[in-house]
Design a protein around this ligand. Structure first.
Ligand code: AP5
Ligand code: MG
Length: 209
């Protein structure tokens, strides 16, 4: 079993690219952000712990995240590996991951800080199929959402002040992981400030290296 990691700041396009790469590789997307939002919505103990950290743009404690991943990786769809989106975000998380599955590629989607706020503040998703859209950069087409129903949803942490805090958290606590993975020779950087299709193409090329 071997897995890949999509890495990058908030709003870099990890979720957007995961939807596409999933189709190409067959690996299921495992987004810790999506899992935590589901836990908050369901009112579980994990959700109650995570809620305050998420609303203030802080990282949820490593022990909570690692437990979630250990459980998720046991699901039958993960038997051939998964595509992590937004995990790991700290070196202890990466060390725990190395005990669980081999990581073959870490794909970093690079987007300048100046582009992040507009990306996040215009984001919405379909509440039925979870596809991610943007008011300006990735609007719903004339035929509506491909799932046939569009239930527009916006995230509680998608506001300007939380975005700035998430970005600081990324630079302080998550970006050091890039060097950690670089030293292992599995880190690939992709320019994320371009058309969505071009980025997908570059990720697929990087995955063949
Ligand atoms: P999480 O849900 O992972 O949020 P994030 O990392 O902040 O990333 P986003 O989901 O906001 O952005 P994305 O890169 O997926 O971009 P998207 O494709 O949507 O985490 C949320 C919170 O949970 C964290 O703050 C933390 O509290 C907690 N958490 C999660 N994981 C954790 C962990 N491992 N450890 C501890 N805590 C954890 O794209 C954004 C927008 O841009 C969309 O509207 C999209 O349509 C648009 N777009 C995408 N690509 C392009 C493009 N090329 N050009 C123009 N627009 C584009
Ligand atoms: Mg995301």
């Amino acid at each position: 079993m071997s897995s890949i990691v999509l890495f990058g700041p908030p709003g870099a396009g990890k979720g957007t690219q995961a939807e596409r790469i999933m189709v190409e590789t067959g690996l299921p997307q495992v987004s810790t952000g999506d899992m935590l939002r589901a836990s908050v919505k369901a009112g579980t103990e994990t959700g109650m712990i995570a809620k305050g950290f998420m609303e203030s743009g802080q990282l949820v404690p490593d022990s909570v995240i690692i437990d979630l991943i250990k459980e998720r990786i046991l699901e039958p769809d993960a038997k051939n590996g998964v595509m992590f989106d937004g995990f790991p975000r700290t070196i202890p998380q990466a060390e725990a991951l190395a005990e669980i599955t081999a990581v073959t590629h870490v794909i970093a989607i690079e987007v300048p800080d100046g582009k992040i706020v507009e990306r996040i503040c215009g984001r919405f998703s379909c509440g039925v199929c979870s596809r991610v859209f943007h008011d300006l950069f990735n609007p719903v087409g004339p035929d509506g959402c491909p799932c046939g129903t569009l239930e527009e949803k916006r995230r509680a942490d998608d506001n300007e002040s939380t975005v700035m805090s998430r970005l600081n958290t990324y630079h302080e606590q998550t970006s050091p992981l890039a060097d950690w993975y670089r030293s292992k020779g599995i880190f690939h950087s992709v320019d994320g400030d371009r058309a969505i299709d071009k980025i997908t193409g570059d990720i697929l090329i990087a995955l063949k290296k």
